[in-house]
Write a protein that binds this ligand. Structure first.
Ligand code: AMP
Ligand code: MG
Length: 435
């Protein structure tokens, strides 16, 4: 078996002591594989699930040419009969769901409502606002300027929304509200989706207390499990919360092996920073194939990544992908969004588009060291001209979780960027849509 650590060495820029974010992302991408199991679910349950196969449209939508306006349908030849005004006799009407079934001559028209089937041979609709109506004893006629509409105007063509035999939705799509409606418009009430990814997670640290426990001196409440739970929930994966695990090899081994037995991915927080990594490293060597990285990133420097098994040594028992996240609460979130999120989406079978990046003007000088990527927490606002402006939130310490709650974006300062001047352009990633 090629070990993960050996194969990672082949990646350009592989330096476990200062691993660029892009290199870490590339390595992680190589090691993920999507869950293969598929289940059929009723349409409503498909929201936020990953489509397992292409959906080919079984019908044309709309099924018939129909009117896009309330107005009068006629043959385009009528426009050619006059230089200035067109006069047509109204011979019937068509409502949505109630078609007009008769034939029609060039000097005639049919009153149509939006969505009504186009009467046979009619190809143009003049909106009702553009006509003058005159009612006779037993006929009604309309008049409108010949240049009021172009031939073929205001008609929706059969199959214009979705054509029969064409792919309506691609496998790998995360189903949104419009997709549910779109499938309903095709008459499809059940779809194949990938089974949900199972992600187990726990926190490590003797200082951590769970909610409900008293906070004795020197202890802190475990917040990472709640942040992780919420971030995972947003990705619509199944979560397995394994609680707080003490910094003891036996407890850690038991938790990791049982997590590997029951989940596709195992996330932990804490215990991978320099002081604590040695014992975790040694332990993970016995039943895992895990690299310990120092990332060229702030926050989120220490990160362990690889595979672990539920058995007593690598390759024995059930495997799981493993991410050992830093302990600091902000570092957990940043590492999750920049490294873990994409991996979980790929493993869920999704084809995640890259996260949108927006340009903003910095409201102030921002200190930054060349040679690492920084994800500062920022507050961004758009001015009346549409230009975005951003300022970092106060403390950028990786332990200050309130900086995430105050912020509405990450200010992404690239690996090769140095100090930012006031007014200089920076990249931001808005939390809305990401979180
Ligand atoms: P570690 O990486 O384990 O050395 O932890 C780094 C810092 O993050 C320490 O101050 C920890 O107390 C803190 N920390 C670790 N895990 C958690 C957690 N689950 N919730 C809140 N703070 C944590
Ligand atoms: Mg710790």
């Amino acid at each position: 078996m090629t070990t993960f650590i050996e194969s990672s060495r082949c990646i350009a820029q592989y330096d476990p002591h200062a691993l660029p974010v892009s290199a870490a992302q590339a390595i992680v991408r190589q090691w993920v594989s999507p869950v293969m199991a598929v289940e059929r679910v009723p349409l409503r349950d498909a929201l936020d699930r990953v489509l397992a196969a292409d959906i080919v449209s079984p019908i044309n939508v709309p099924s018939h040419d129909n009117s896009a306006m309330d107005g009068y349908a006629f043959k385009r030849a009528a426009l050619a009969t006059s230089e200035s005004a067109v006069q047509l006799t109204v011979i019937g009407k068509a409502l949505a769901g109630h078609p007009f079934t008769g034939g029609i001559d060039t000097h005639q028209c049919v009153r149509v409502m939006t969505g009504a089937c186009m009467p046979v041979d009619c190809d143009t609709v003049v909106p009702q606002e553009l006509v003058e109506r005159s009612a006779g004893v037993d006929t009604t006629s309309i008049r409108f300027a010949a240049d009021a509409v172009a031939a073929g105007a205001n008609r929706r063509l059969a199959g214009e929304d979705l054509a029969r035999g064409h792919v309506a939705l691609r496998a790998g799509r995360i189903m949104r509200a419009s997709d549910l409606g779109l499938l309903a418009s095709l008459g499809i009430g059940e779809v194949s989706v990938r089974r949900r990814l199972r992600v187990a997670f726990f926190s490590t640290g003797d200082e951590l207390r769970s909610l409900g426990e008293p906070l004795d001196p020197g202890s802190v409440y475990d917040s990472n499990r709640y942040t992780l739970f919420a971030m995972l929930r947003r990705l619509n994966v199944d979560t397995l919360d394994l609680g707080v695990v003490r910094d003891e090899p036996a407890a850690l081994e038991a938790a990791l092996r049982s997590a590997a037995a029951s989940a596709d991915v195992v996330l932990t927080s804490g215990g991978v920073s320099v002081g604590e990594a040695d014992f975790t490293k040694q332990l993970l060597r016995t039943f895992g194939d895990v690299a310990f990285w120092s990332m060229a990133m702030r926050p989120g420097r220490p990160l362990a990544f690889g595979r672990i098994w539920s058995g007593e040594r690598p390759g024995v028992g059930l495997p799981a992908l493993f991410f050992g996240l830093p302990g600091n609460p902000v570092a957990v979130m940043v590492t999750f969004y920049q490294i873990v999120r994409e991996a979980l989406l790929l493993m869920s079978g999704a084809t995640p588009p890259p996260l949108p990046v927006i340009h903003a003007k910095s409201r102030q000088v921002i200190r930054k060291r060349i040679g690492r990527t920084e994800f500062q927490r920022g507050v961004a606002e758009q001015d009346a001209q549409g230009q975005w402006h951003v300022a970092p939130t106060g403390s950028q310490s990786s332990g200050v979780l309130s900086s995430m709650s105050e912020a509405n974006c990450f200010i992404v300062l690239g690996h090769d960027e140095g100090e930012i001047d006031e007014g200089e352009r920076v990249d931001i990633m808005l939390f809305d849509g990401l979180i």
